[in-house]
Ligand binder design. Sequence first.
Ligand SMILES: NC(=O)c1ccc[n+]([C@@H]2O[C@H](COP(=O)([O-])OP(=O)(O)OC[C@H]3O[C@@H](n4cnc5c(N)ncnc54)[C@H](O)[C@@H]3O)[C@@H](O)[C@H]2O)c1
Length: 247
Amino acid sequence: MRLKDKVAIVTGGSGDIGRATAVRFAIEGASVMVADINEESGLETIQMIKDDGGKAEFIRTDVSNPQDVEKMVTSTIDTFGKLNILFNNAGVSIEEKKIPDVSLDTWQKVMDINSTGVFLGLKYAIPKMEAGSSIINTASVAGIKGQKLLSAYTASKSSVIAITKAAASENGRKNIRVNAIAPGVINTEMVTFWKETKKWPAISTANALKRIGKPEEVANAVLFLASDESSFITGETLLVDGGTLNL
Ligand SMILES: NC(=O)c1ccc[n+]([C@@H]2O[C@H](COP(=O)([O-])OP(=O)(O)OC[C@H]3O[C@@H](n4cnc5c(N)ncnc54)[C@H](O)[C@@H]3O)[C@@H](O)[C@H]2O)c1
């Protein structure tokens, strides 16, 4: 088992990438706190883990709310005794629009969840983490490319890559590692909107492997970064994109 006796928080654990990762973490021996605004799906995630003989609890958390995030961390420690892994993964996407048509409300909402949400996770978890802990933040290929028509999403994910590097530098001496993953197009609830558009066949195969990614393939990469197998890697952003940027 690669995470034996570890304690992990997975934000966005009611969604597809978060759920696949929470389930995988538990199979590898971790106790998992699933944190999300969606209680119904979050309870399903923890039931899947419990049915497999693993340990998991759910806490309703809005990652953009500081009180919620602080409580998420303290409740995890109260429940499982410590905190070794944080997967800062909750996020939202937006409909395609050119910058002049993006409302300030939309910009603010995306930044609050995707960017401030990651900051708050780091802010409250790091002081409670022991040496050897690992944090993984979910960025996106969009945050590297600068995706047209998705300005707020792209900007929010770029900031995740930047704060990952800052947090890695600040916490290296304590042996707390901080990395990011940058998924390409992954078959999750988030891409449902695209599936109804004419662009979908092109979007879903716009990578060297010519297919869409699976949540479990992202979970494998997160597991590597969470485990001691990546013990000399910090401040890195790992692309999980089937070669999207290599076309
Ligand atoms: N699916 C893709 O193609 C893709 C590509 C790159 C990056 N990502 C990123 O992966 C992460 C996971 O997304 P997914 O693809 O599994 O989509 P998803 O919609 O299945 O999961 C997202 C989860 O985040 C939760 N969430 C949204 N706002 C929240 C908030 N304020 N507080 C707490 N939870 C909140 C949702 O309830 C949902 O469970 C996101 O950060 C997303 O931006 C996805």
